[in-house]
Design a protein around this ligand. Structure first.
Ligand SMILES: [Ca+2]
Ligand SMILES: [Ca+2]
Ligand SMILES: [Ca+2]
Ligand SMILES: [Ca+2]
Length: 239
């Protein structure tokens, strides 16, 4: 009897381990990823899509209004992201890219280099990069102001209402200092990172209509990613 109970316990524990690690593993890119907005590399085709389907802000939306999914990979130099975004109207009304950039359509990438969680609003414990339709990348610095960053190279290809964003992203740890010479993190297998991706969707309003993310956020206030790295999902790089 005891042996049977032991095996049942073992089964339950192992199945929980497997589903957890499978869903949070990021695959290694064996060959070069060309940042051209086309996910036709063999490595991309070998990894699964993940959903961007958590409504962080705004009313219910239709599949025509917004639909999103992404893939993610790594090599020693970069994280690679391929995002497929359906958005019926692309909007960029603020000419100044540092002004209310979250109210224009943009892709947002959240990265916590060491999965430490915690506050990152005015520090570099984690980054919240906003990638505008023109490819410029903005985050808040320690001076509490928005600045441009050159850590992400991206290409967006839009056909009708569907856009594919392909990007490579350099990773920096919390010793990053704006305007100084910084060394990017060399990525290695078994490294844990905190990560989330989201889309700010505005079609015709003063302020963004929806903000849809990849991470499930508990509680009433779900727009916490730009302050709290604790809402990111923990991933592990695997080879
Ligand atoms: Ca490509
Ligand atoms: Ca839309
Ligand atoms: Ca951190
Ligand atoms: Ca839009």
């Amino acid at each position: 009897m005891k042996i049977i109970q032991f095996y049942i316990m073992l089964l339950i524990v192992c199945s929980a381990c497997n589903s957890e690690s499978n869903s949070n593993e990021i695959s290694f890119a064996k060959a070069e990823i060309k940042i051209d907005g086309i996910g036709n590399e063999k490595d991309w085709q070998n990894v699964s899509w993940r959903p961007i389907d958590q409504r962080w802000l705004g009313e219910e939306y239709t599949q025509e209004d917004f639909k999103g999914r992404y893939k993610i990979m790594w090599d020693q130099n970069y994280l690679y992201i391929l995002a497929e975004i359906v958005d019926d109207v692309l909007t960029d009304t603020h000419n100044n890219g540092l002004e209310k950039y979250w109210d224009d359509d943009c892709l947002e990438i959240f990265i916590d280099e060491d999965a430490s969680k915690g506050d990152h609003q005015y520090n570099y414990n984690a980054f919240a990069y906003h990638i505008a339709l023109d490819g410029r990348v903005v985050d808040i610095s320690t001076d509490s102001l928005a600045h441009y960053y050159n850590h992400i190279k991206s290409k967006r290809l839009t056909k009708a209402n569907s856009s594919v964003w392909e990007l490579s992203m350099e990773i920096y740890d919390d010793s990053f200092s704006f305007g100084q010479a910084n060394t990017k993190t060399t990525l290695t297998a078994n490294k844990e990172i905190g990560f989330a991706i989201a889309y700010c969707d505005n079609d015709h309003s003063e302020e963004r209509e929806n903000f849809i993310g990849s991470a499930k956020v508990e509680g009433e206030d779900k727009n916490r990613g730009w302050i709290d790295a604790g809402i990111f999902e923990k991933f592990v790089l695997v080879k």
